[in-house]
Design a protein around this ligand. Structure first.
Ligand SMILES: *Cc1c(COP(=O)(O)O)cnc(C)c1O
Length: 408
């Protein structure tokens, strides 16, 4: 993408970028839908030129100009998705991977290759992110802290600070600006999977790296596994080099589906968020529910603790699908202590606020009355004479806001 294009499109709104970014060249080519380039290799009669492009890539990780070389270096369809996501997050670049975990692994490997193996992280994180750090699978060493303890936890070999906001699964939020400030010169990685750039753009608040499990809202239909890191061009170069060397590339068909998913992202997130806000409101007033967590910034995720047995609720839903993952057009519910955060040590899990009675629900685009009727049935009988116990509810949800702003 040339500087001229970047300037010309700088003032586009998010909803416009969602349907146009990564597609700017199509009309000139006489195309409307983006082509899917499935090539693993690319013919070149100019091996001197190709050698020069490989040298440039080895030195900087910059996307090679000219024809692609080999699928593991980069793919034009995947590049469209990367361009579009970078525009939505307001960063110079984005680098896509085979999954969210492959994306996080690449970030850790970039920093470890610079001798910076220490990571400071705030719980809760997605269960497998927690596990990757705690088990030290990539040779990193983690210090867990709360947001207020970040500055103190930094060491000379700290390569990264990691937070999720809203966090999986408690939907706890951190003040990103304050956290970015506390990080000083250490890169802050914000996992923005739950908020999406529709609700929150962490780069504007000082995050150097914005990570997504694109498997969730970006893809949005439960049929693509992918990850992406939005960041500055310098870090993106290193991520491309690690991706090239370790091979966690995204398949071009997945790249196509993600680009297509982005075009409806603002509409999906706003509609699902309106449903979620309404359900959070009803749950907060329900005597069978002990506590509701719903983020201040909104969103389509709800978590709630119930007085009864969460396994019974999972067994009783009929319209809502009992399944891990999130961010699809349909509503999913799961029990974090059994599934998404099972791999985290039970004490650490509870210490991070993930109670054994917590259920996490990813609200989709169904009619809200149908969702409520399923949830109401699955929650079982109301206690006799039970009045609502709103007083126990924490983070009482804001009223449904169907006019969430496009930009924040
Ligand atoms: C799912 C998830 C991940 C991991 O992504 P995969 O695409 O499953 O590898 C990371 N962070 C968060 C917040 C997630 O929800």
């Amino acid at each position: 993408m040339g500087a001229h294009d970047a300037v010309r499109t700088a003032s586009r709104a998010l909803a416009t970028e969602a349907v146009h970014a990564g597609r700017d060249d199509l009309a000139r080519q006489g195309l409307h839908a983006p082509p899917i380039d499935l090539s693993t290799t690319y013919p070149s009669y100019d091996s001197r030129g190709e050698a020069a492009r490989i040298d440039t890539f080895a030195a900087t990780g910059a996307d090679p100009d000219g024809p692609p070389v080999y699928g593991r270096l980069g793919n034009p369809t995947v590049a469209r998705f990367e361009t579009a996501l970078a525009r939505l997050e307001g960063t110079e670049a984005a680098v896509a991977f085979a999954s969210g975990m492959a994306a996080l692994s690449a970030v850790l490997l970039v920093r470890a290759s610079m001798g910076l193996r220490h990571v400071v992280a705030v719980r809760p994180l997605y269960g497998c992110s927690d596990h990757l750090l705690t088990a030290g699978l990539l040779g990193s060493e983690v210090t867990w802290t709360d947001p207020a303890g970040i500055a103190e936890a930094l060491r000379p070999d700290t390569g990264l600070v990691i937070v999720e906001s809203p966090a999986n699964p408690t939907l706890a939020e951190v003040d990103l600006r304050a956290v970015a400030h506390a990080c000083g010169s250490v890169p802050l990685l914000v996992d923005n999977t739950f908020a999406t750039p529709v609700l929150q753009r962490p780069a504007e608040q000082g995050a150097r790296l914005v990570l997504h499990s694109a498997t969730k809202y970006l893809g949005g239909h439960g049929d693509v596994l992918a990850g992406v890191v939005a960041c500055d061009e310098e870090f993106a170069g290193r991520l491309r080099q690690v991706r090239f060397a370790t091979g966690g590339v995204l398949h071009p068909l997945a790249g196509y589906l993600l680009l297509r998913g982005l075009s409806t992202l603002p509409v999906r997130v706003r509609a699902a968020s309106a449903n979620a806000a309404e359900l959070a409101h009803r749950l907060a007033a329900d005597p069978r529910v002990a506590r509701v967590h719903y983020p201040r910034i909104g969103g389509a995720m709800i978590s709630f603790e119930i007085h009864g047995d969460p396994h019974e609720v999972i067994a009783a839903v009929r319209l809502i699908t009992p399944a891990v993952s999130l961010g699809s057009v349909d509503t999913l519910i799961q029990h974090p202590a059994s599934i998404s955060h099972r791999i985290v040590d039970a004490d650490d899990r509870r210490g991070a606020g993930v109670s054994d009675r917590l259920l996490r629900m990813s609200v989709g685009l169904e009619d809200v009355e149908d969702l409520w009727s399923d949830l109401d049935g699955a929650l079982g009988r109301r206690p006799l004479g039970g009045a609502g116990n709103c007083a126990n509810n924490h983070n009482a949800p804001a009223p449904a806001d169907t006019h969430l702003p496009l930009r924040r």
